[in-house]
Design a protein around this ligand. Structure first.
Ligand SMILES: NC(=O)N[C@@H](CC(=O)O)C(=O)O
Ligand SMILES: [Zn+2]
Ligand SMILES: [Zn+2]
Length: 426
């Protein structure tokens, strides 16, 4: 089937906007025409006048909750939420029930994603069986089944020997190790970061070192093993410093950051509402500033959401007892666009890059670019209309966000995967 997207605003190599017509044939971008060139009508024509057209966003860190926690999210509802947020490729974490530690579960995730038929879902597999930190999974079998990397996200790999073994095997098969960095001996049941909020409410605080100690340890192990080491949800100044130094000396490390760690600090937490509880926790303003600087200078390679839906009942348990995590797909781009691009702190082209071609580069994906021959994974965005974040309108089952009521611009209005409209505002 052929599709033509007419009059779209497309970013050019200088970061300016140009009007283009995009021709799509059999799910692939076949031509990008200048405004003056006439595009023969396709079997389907989409008028994109006044809308920004970008490669579909890529989110390399998400939780879809299926199998096992379907009351929080399913692969279908998570895929729809992703499509609504402008994402066309998402990589899902293995902390399901059962854990994605066998080829059967990898296959199950792929089957469910195809059944949903909305976005491309790339499964990660666990480093250790049941994510218990005791015994490595069968990396070769998991790769064979389609896992794109290994991670115990949700928990840190507690011993250096286990991590080193994992990295050695992953390196030998050219697979990345993706790490949730958290040293449990420094985190004893604390729900928020160390800082003024924790002190005010008499809560235990999570120290920055609990993250950075793993980052430092793992960088040394990545150097020793030669693995591609990717750091999950960076949130501290110290982690940024270690990653920057490692990159400078050529260690194969990449990193991601979430919008909430770029926008909120622990001082912003208004109450004991658990919609402000996530792992890593909101840290100090200093940490936020370090993460922003790192994203701008490329020390941090990509933006991810760490979309982590939980039910309202679970979040109602309060700051101490509720599970960590917030949803992310449907607010990520509007938040980043409004608070960084529209605020003059970041170029639009850099923001788009960190959500498309940079994740594709880091993980070796064929998508994330607007060029002939690339899959027609595309997102149209309205940069003008301001709307309030209303969790009741989320496609996700999760409503757990700290951004309720924020007035934002930059809302995706249409998403296409392989040339097929998978979500549209109408
Ligand atoms: N980020 C979170 O706060 N929660 C994640 C786990 C994780 O990403 O570590 C979850 O699975 O709920
Ligand atoms: Zn994590
Ligand atoms: Zn996560």
């Amino acid at each position: 089937m052929n599709v033509i997207i007419k009059n779209a605003s497309v970013l050019n190599t200088d970061g300016g906007l140009e009007r283009k017509h995009i021709k799509i044939e059999n799910g692939v971008i076949s031509a990008i025409l200048n405004e003056s060139e006439s595009a023969a009508e396709g079997s389907e024509t989409i008028d994109a006048a006044g809308k920004l057209l970008v490669p579909g966003f890529i989110d390399m860190h998400v939780h879809l909750r299926e199998p096992g926690f379907e009351h929080k999210e399913t692969i279908e509802t998570g895929s729809r939420s992703a499509a609504k947020g402008g994402y066309t490729t998402i990589a899902c974490m293995p902390n399901t029930k059962p854990v994605t530690d066998s080829p059967e579960i990898v296959q199950f995730v792929k089957d469910k994603a195809l059944e949903a038929g909305l976005v491309k879902v790339l499964p990660y597999a666990a480093i250790t069986k049941g994510q218990q930190g005791q015994e490595l999974t069968d990396f070769a079998a998991l790769k064979e089944a389609g896992a794109i990397g290994f991670t115990d996200d949700g928990v840190g790999v507690q011993t250096a020997q286990m991590m080193k073994d994992a990295m050695s095997i992953a390196a030998s098969m050219d697979m990345p190790v993706i790490a949730h960095c958290e040293d449990n001996s420094l985190v004893v049941g604390a729900p928020v970061a160390e800082g003024s909020f924790a002190r005010k409410h008499g809560l235990k605080g999570i120290p920055n070192e609990s993250e950075a100690i793993h980052v430092g340890r793992d960088i040394l192990l990545a150097e020793a093993t030669g693995v591609h080491y990717h750091v999950c949800h960076v949130s501290t100044e110290q982690s940024v410093r270690l990653i920057r130094q490692a990159k400078e000396i050529g260690i194969r490390v990449t990193a991601e950051v979430c919008p909430h760690h770029l926008l909120l600090s622990e001082e912003d937490i208004p109450s004991l509402d658990a919609n402000w509880k996530m792992n890593p926790p909101l840290r100090s303003r200093r940490d936020v500033d370090a993460c922003i600087e790192a994203l701008l200078d490329g020390t941090i390679d990509i933006i991810v959401t760490d979309h982590a839906p939980h039910s309202a009942e679970e979040k109602a348990k309060g700051m101490q007892l509720a599970p960590f995590g917030i949803v992310g797909f449907e607010t990520a781009f509007p938040l980043m666009y409004t608070k960084f691009v529209a605020a003059g702190k970041m170029d639009l082209s850099l923001l788009v890059k960190r959500m498309t071609s940079d994740p594709a580069r880091v993980f070796g994906l064929s998508t994330g670019v607007l060029e002939p021959g690339a899959p027609a994974d595309l997102t149209l965005i309205d940069l003008e209309t301001e709307k309030e974040v209303d969790p009741n309108n989320f496609a996700s089952k999760g409503r757990n966000t700290p951004f309720t009521g924020w007035k934002l611009k930059g809302w995706p209005v249409m998403t296409l995967t392989d040339g097929r409209v998978v979500w549209s505002e109408e």
